[in-house]
Design a protein around this ligand. Structure first.
Ligand SMILES: [Ca+2]
Ligand SMILES: [Ca+2]
Length: 261
């Protein structure tokens, strides 16, 4: 090979090398473009589902940086609109509950009981009725084995959802919300008495009694409001901002799947 051939070969290798660099850069750009931010209505990567544990999808990282697949809770909170609540017209019947919206033969209540049991739940062989399991309430840490001792709680209560935007939803969306098993943050298995004290309240006047459970609750609350494009009233938003500043500064939120429409 003479020098010119060698130079041409070198040039070819240079071209191939440049092409490879371009391909790698382009792939990187595509990957970066796919990193979603929680903009309104955006479809994002779902958090882990199908687990038999009650681990939260909201985490605190030691370095204060969002974990992969998550975003800072304060960033999400900043994007949530602040509006006066609109309570007129609420009736619980507007949110038909415990239906089998995904057609798997289990109503929502039993589906959540089965999903969140730490050990495999005992299920009636006929139908899908859960008769026993092991549940840990995310509000007080209590553990229960009988479904009679727990409630399936809408973390953002139906009335709170109504007051902050669901009053404008059609029935299909209200049913999707009331029976949501597509993101495990919407519905949790909680100690019945604690759930009753929670009622329809938002974090401006109710937080889990056990301090260790509060930051996770705060993150889940913010995620649900953002995911369903619900607003917050001023005192609710302010309380959450203060909690993120004072107690939950490193809180991150796992991304969420788009809700049914
Ligand atoms: Ca079902
Ligand atoms: Ca509120």
């Amino acid at each position: 090979m003479d020098r010119r051939d060698s130079e041409r070969g070198g040039a070819r290798r240079g071209c191939v090398g440049s092409l490879l660099v371009l391909v790698v850069l382009a792939a990187g750009a595509v990957a970066l473009a796919r990193l979603p931010g929680p903009r309104a209505g955006e479809r994002v990567v779902p958090p882990t589902t199908g687990s038999t544990t009650t681990e939260s999808t909201t985490t605190v990282t030691s370095a204060g940086e969002p974990a992969p697949g998550s975003v800072g809770a304060a960033t999400v909170l900043e994007r949530i609109p602040v509006r006066k609540e609109q309570p007129a017209g609420y009736r619980r019947e507007l949110f038909p509950q415990w239906l089998d919206v995904d057609g798997d033969g289990c109503d929502t209540r039993n589906q959540v009981l089965r999903r969140d049991s730490i050990t495999p739940a005992q299920v009636d062989p006929v139908g899908c009725q859960v008769v026993a399991g092991d549940w840990r309430s995310p509000y007080d840490g209590a553990t229960w084995e009988s479904p009679a001792d727990v409630d399936i709680d809408h973390v953002v209560a139906l009335k709170e959802a109504w007051d902050s935007g669901a009053h404008a939803w059609d029935e299909a969306r209200r049913i999707a919300y009331a029976n949501d098993t597509t993101d495990r943050r919407t519905l949790v298995v909680a100690t019945d008495s604690v759930n009753q004290s929670k009622g329809d309240k938002d974090p401006s006047n109710w937080l889990p009694p056990r301090p260790a459970d509060r930051c996770r609750f705060v993150g889940d609350w913010i995620a649900i409001k953002a995911r369903w494009e619900l607003a917050m009233d001023q005192s609710e938003w302010g309380r959450l901002r203060n909690l993120l500043r004072d107690e939950c500064a490193a809180l991150t939120i796992a991304r969420w799947p788009a809700p049914a429409r």
